[in-house]
Design a protein around this ligand. Structure first.
Ligand SMILES: C[S@@+](CC[C@H](N)C(=O)[O-])C[C@H]1O[C@@H](n2cnc3c(N)ncnc32)[C@H](O)[C@@H]1O
Length: 258
């Protein structure tokens, strides 16, 4: 009986592996329709929030469902540690709501998510519709060779769609890992503009540039020397507050207003 059971399990596994649709990478999908797809294994539950399909998750760093949920959960808890009551949060490079879906559970939190990858923004607007009174998602139409090749403005001239000094916490999870140096300097300047006097920004970095280089890579992956980045932050009117440490392989810093 046991032998038959094991044989059945093995046959079942082979069938599932063969027959299960293979996840399709976002780079091979039509960008205009990406935002319509939800994860078929996690159908929408009553009062639930849809989970984006593989392609959108992959465009936001990882297609793996467990990593998507694990990283979002960790970042939301990290953000929570620095939030005042009734906080206003700005999430730059928000992707398809990996962090927003957990932040939405705080009923007094107001949130703006911005991203250059329009399918993610369109998906978020649909999925977060019932949070629309406190959650806003904006497409930033700046050029990115990888994420928004038709973008109108250079990223070095980007302006975030939020008022001066009105944000308590800015989240930049794996944003600076995709920005060339002039663009990163511009975004740091924008952080200084939008943060309230007691506000903070959580930024994650890859910190292994090749020897002799302080800032290296392309839009797929940027590495920066940590001390060099903190100097860039100071030059933009920010002050390093705390080195948080590694979160899922990226080094996170908390910055404040200088
Ligand atoms: C690795 S993903 C991380 C997404 C999200 N923070 C998360 O953890 O799921 C990087 C995100 O940054 C966005 N991005 C890249 N360049 C950007 C820019 N110049 N301005 C705003 N977002 C940008 C990409 O479209 C992508 O969604």
């Amino acid at each position: 009986m046991r032998g038959i059971g094991r044989l059945k399990a093995a046959l079942w596994e082979i069938a599932v592996r063969r027959l299960a649709p293979r996840p399709v990478s976002w780079s091979q999908q039509d960008r205009d329709s990406l935002h319509w797809f939800d994860e078929p294994r996690l159908p929408l539950q009553p009062h639930g929030l849809a989970v984006p399909a593989f392609g959108l998750r992959e465009a936001a760093g990882t297609g793996e469902l467990d990593m998507f949920l694990g990283i979002g959960d960790s970042w939301a808890h990290l953000a929570n540690a620095f939030l005042p009551p009734d906080p206003v949060v700005l999430d730059i490079g928000c992707g398809c709501g990996k962090m927003a879906r957990f932040l939405a559970l705080n009923p007094s939190l107001r949130y703006v998510g911005v991203d250059v990858f329009e399918p993610s923004i369109l998906w978020c607007r649909r999925a977060f519709e019932r949070y629309a009174d406190r959650f806003r998602f904006e497409h930033l139409d700046v050029h990115s060779q990888v994420y928004n090749p038709q973008g109108r403005l250079p990223a070095s001239e980007a302006r975030l769609p939020v008022a001066d000094r009105a944000t308590d916490l800015v989240i930049c999870g794996s944003l600076f890992t995709h920005l060339h140096e002039p663009d990163a300097r511009r975004y740091l300047g924008e952080l200084a503009r939008v943060l309230s006097d007691r506000g903070g920004a959580l930024v994650s970095l890859h910190v292994e540039p090749p020897p002799g280089q302080a800032y290296a890579g392309d839009e797929w992956r940027i590495d920066v020397d940590e001390a060099y980045f903190l100097e860039m932050a100071r030059a933009a009117g920010l002050a390093p507050v705390e080195r948080i440490g590694k979160v899922y392989g990226q080094t996170v810093h908390l910055l404040g207003k200088a």
